[in-house]
Design a protein around this ligand. Structure first.
Ligand SMILES: Cc1ncc(COP(=O)(O)O)c(C=O)c1O
Length: 455
């Protein structure tokens, strides 16, 4: 008799909402193509659409060629040291000196990780036990939630919606006094999904509260620091003594190199914590790929010795994100969305006013180019006749406008508030088409229950 094998309880945890959207796009696309509908325009994932700096690519290829020519292929194909090769650690240490000039991170105080995702996973693994509480300002990057839950920890959210999603020392102080057992605070500014960064004064207020709670450790997720348009500060700039209880995570995925596929993350912390994180990394991924290390070294070299190539590349990248964000923001405001004013990074968080609107079952979708498509069985596709929450709204835009966005509830925001996150790391024409299709899709919604309203 075959016995049913029960999987571990953590497999019952819901998947990361962003990954869930990302993974269902190919199958939805397949069905759309069969129905003669255009492909999904994916504004869900935060993935730079621009080419990486060509000088970094050249350096990477050159370094591989040199190893092949010098018969040093073992340096490419053998295991790397668990925390990274000495050259990698030296490069990360130099980058951290540049990012956090008041501090020194030695080679024993940094490591490479498989993206910032692994860096944050390493950090949470060494900091929390079952039932330990992790404090995070709303809204927060969805992966934190899943990682904390997988470790049996508890995410304690500090609501900020009434403060336009801005964190503050006062809110932190209130949360700390209400939850005296907090073990970790995660700070992510510029923030995913809002694009909000903090002023020096705001960071100083947060640092001041942290000084009064010496048993709280801090994870600083600084992955968007390169995509800012004003001076950027972390609590370490205000109080260097916080270094001893902080883990600072950076990434090559966003502004530094703009290459999420190479999976290069960086972690800085005190040497004892780095040792512990190396143990965690060793049992989950062993060491990091040599290719990843070489791209990261090349990227850091160009960051720290800026050439005209590098300057042009970073300038053009930031300009493109800014232009895209301004465009999408204006369009969404014109469509009745309330856009959160966060100028950094490449996301826009905006609340729609169509929550609880009624969805027709069939729509004759007429796009701007004059083409018409029939979209049938919407009630069945969405599992609803009414957009009760942000997930239904995102699903409606996916099936009708053909654009993928992430519902605000993925970031801990109240699902009934109707927030959506739009990634503007896309070619401008894709964004134009997306905005035009959102506009058309919203016209088919109504506050009254009329079937087949659009035909
Ligand atoms: C705030 C934040 N932290 C971490 C990550 C993970 O980055 P990586 O690609 O380096 O794993 C992301 C990716 O979107 C992010 O938005």
């Amino acid at each position: 008799v075959l016995k049913k094998i029960t999987l571990a309880k953590r497999t019952c945890l819901p998947p990361d909402p962003i990954d869930e959207i990302f993974t269902q796009i190919p199958s939805i696309n397949e069905k759309r193509l069969l129905d003669g509908l255009p492909e999904i325009n994916n504004l869900s994932v935060g993935e730079p659409h621009l080419n990486i700096n060509p000088a970094v690519l050249q350096d990477f290829i050159y370094s591989l060629n040199q190893r092949i020519l010098n018969d040093q292929t073992s340096l490419i194909f053998n295991y790397s040291p668990l925390s990274g090769n000495p050259a990698t650690l030296e490069a990360i240490s130099a980058l951290y000196k540049y990012y956090y000039p008041n501090l020194h991170y030695s080679s024993q105080e940094v490591m490479i990780s498989n993206g910032a995702t692994q860096g944050i996973w390493n950090a949470l693994n060494i900091l929390i036990d079952i039932d330990d509480e992790v404090l995070i300002f709303e809204p927060y990057y969805s992966t934190y939630d899943i990682q904390i839950k997988t470790l049996g920890g508890k995410l304690v959210k500090i609501p900020t919606q009434d403060n336009a999603f801005k964190p503050s020392g006062k809110l932190l102080n209130n949360a700390m006094s209400m939850h005296p057992n907090i073990k970790v605070l995660i700070l992510n500014y510029p923030n995913n999904p809002t694009g909000i960064d903090l002023t020096k004064q705001e960071v100083a207020e947060i640092a001041e509260v942290l000084q009064r709670y010496p048993s709280v450790s801090i994870i600083i997720d600084d992955v968007y620091r390169e995509l800012t348009y004003a001076e950027h500060f972390t609590v370490l700039d205000i109080d260097p003594l916080l270094k001893n209880r902080s883990i600072v995570v950076n990434s090559a995925s966003k502004g530094l190199i703009g290459a999420p596929g190479i999976r290069a993350g960086m972690v800085g912390a005190n040497a004892e914590w780095i040792k512990q994180m190396i143990n965690i990394q060793a049992i989950s991924v062993c060491s990091i790929s040599c290719f990843t290390e070489q791209v990261l070294i090349a990227g850091i070299k160009h960051k720290l010795t800026p050439s005209s190539y590098y300057n042009n590349w970073i300038h053009e990248s930031k300009q493109a994100y800014l232009t895209n964000k301004q465009y999408v923001s204006q369009k969404l405001i014109a469509l009745g969305f309330r856009v959160i004013p966060g100028e950094h990074g490449f996301f826009i968080l905006a609340a729609s006013n169509v929550i609880n609107h009624v969805v027709p079952d069939v729509i004759l979708f007429q796009s701007e180019d004059g083409k018409a498509h029939i979209i049938k069985n919407l009630h069945q596709k969405l599992g609803t006749k009414m957009l009760h929450n942000d997930r239904y709204l995102a699903a409606y835009l996916l099936h009708v406008a053909g654009i993928a966005v992430v519902p605000g509830s993925a970031f801990g925001i109240d699902e009934y508030a109707g927030y959506l996150r739009f990634s503007c790391a896309k070619p401008f024409n894709d964004l134009k088409l997306a905005m035009s299709n959102v506009k058309i899709a919203l016209q088919y919604l109504s506050t009254r229950n009329i079937d087949h309203v659009s035909i």
